[in-house]
Design a protein around this ligand. Structure first.
Ligand code: ATP
Ligand code: MG
Length: 390
């Protein structure tokens, strides 16, 4: 007898043509997530099996891997009626409950007894040896017996995985990651759809602090628990931002600043093979997120901009932030480059011609190029000290 984790794949089973790619990316992601554990991973078309020493620790990590429908703690025995019976007895000794049901799945058709008949035989064995009753609708102990070529697998509980697609099957996306509540949630949702997400953060030292940057690094690190490949690209935005504040009327400052951010993101994305931009904008949440604002801000780019939380209420976003573990970090009170120099009355319905007119007030092109040239890529997502940045 062997104990192991059996993984049932998520949505990917419907994508027949790509099944092989899906499974191989999923396996690589799992290997990456479990790199500190001593494990053996075997996969086939329908299942993956993980053997290792610390299965409950491994299961905890697997709960953050996208592409898993469920994670099943199971026992493997030889396909032999006596061994199966012994294993059922062993299993039932550990279970609480008064009712049971046997579910047999005979994937290996060389096993001579049909599924229904085998369930009936095992049921009869249990009724004879244990003080339990059959309940086919709501059994307290559902016992699944999967008979496969490689052996027979028995289990009683199936724990849900987090679903989604394996990270990486969709190519790369660049997430505008601020220290707020919304953008980490947006990043999580994009990861869930299989996008290989990396973050881009605009900082304006000395107006924004090292603590603010460390907060974003911490958020990136939490997202990395779902990715394994998360990197953070930090844009030195001070000069360009200061120019905006000198040259643009205050009500349009935020709009122009966001147009500059979008331009930088797009150019950097194209250079580095990111296919989409992702951000945490939510319709109507603030002045820069009205439909009119989105229209004039979006106007400067032609890469798709995905806004996973666009139609979520703030409370729904907070709920998700709590579930994924980013909320406590997001609410730490450090300023963001969007929150410094905030004008009293930002325009709610900006006009494109005015944006273009104000942008003629200064030569922003070289400043944009300078920002891109000096982007810092952080792969080691640990907090920085003042010595690190000197
Ligand atoms: P969040 O809670 O994610 O900070 P928000 O409600 O505060 O969002 P804004 O500050 O208007 O909204 O920002 C909207 C989106 O723009 C953010 O969700 C994020 O994707 C992006 N963004 C804002 N500030 C920055 C920044 N300093 N660096 C990178 N992206 C940013
Ligand atoms: Mg913000």
């Amino acid at each position: 007898m062997e104990t192991l984790l059996m993984i049932k794949y998520g949505e990917l089973t419907t994508k027949k043509a790509n099944r092989k790619t899906f499974i191989s990316i999923l396996q690589k992601n799992i290997e990456q997530m479990l790199k500190e554990e001593n494990v053996e991973i075997i996969s086939d078309r329908v299942r993956m099996y993980i053997k290792g020493e610390n299965l409950s620790e491994i299961e905890k990590k697997l709960k953050k891997v996208f592409g898993l429908h469920s994670i099943v703690f199971c026992y493997k025995v030889n396909t032999n009626v006596e061994e199966i019976k012994n294993q059922i007895s062993f299993l039932l000794k550990k279970e609480m409950g008064k009712t049971f049901k046997i579910i047999t799945k005979r994937a290996d058709k060389t096993f001579p007894i049909p599924s229904m008949e085998f369930s009936r035989q095992m049921g009869a064995y249990i009724l004879k040896n244990f003080d339990l009753k059959v309940d086919v609708h709501h059994p307290e102990i559902p016992i699944t017996i999967e008979i496969r070529k490689e052996g027979t697998f028995l289990y009683t509980k199936e724990n849900p995985g987090i679903g989604g697609y394996p990270v990486g099957i969709q190519g790369k996306g660049l997430l505008m990651l601020s220290g707020g509540i919304d953008s980490p949630v947006a990043g999580y949702l994009a990861l869930k759809r299989g996008v290989s997400v990396e973050g881009i953060y605009f900082e304006s030292p000395p107006h924004t602090s090292l603590e603010a940057k460390n907060k974003v690094i911490k958020l990136a690190n939490i997202l990395n628990e779902y990715s394994g490949h998360f990197r953070l690209h930090v844009v030195p935005f001070t000069k360009l931002q200061e120019e905006i504040y000198k040259k643009v009327p205050s009500d349009y400052m935020i709009t122009i600043m966001r147009r500059m951010m979008y331009r930088i993101c797009e150019r950097y994305a194209k250079k580095n093979h990111f296919k989409i931009l992702i951000n945490g904008e939510s319709i109507g949440q603030v002045a820069s997120q009205t439909l009119d604002s989105m229209l004039v801000i979006n106007h400067v780019v032609n890469l798709p901009v995905v806004r996973p939380v666009a139609c979520f209420d703030k409370l729904e976003i907070i709920d998700l932030a709590n579930k994924i573990g980013t909320y406590e970090t997001s609410i730490l009170p450090f300023e963001d480059c969007c929150t410094i120099f905030v004008p009293k009355h930002p325009v709610i319905h900006p006009e494109l011609n005015k944006c273009e007119e104000y942008e003629k007030n200064f030569d922003f092109e070289p400043l944009i190029e300078e920002c891109i040239e000096h982007i810092e890529v952080i792969t080691d997502l640990k907090p920085k000290t003042y010595e690190d940045i000197l």
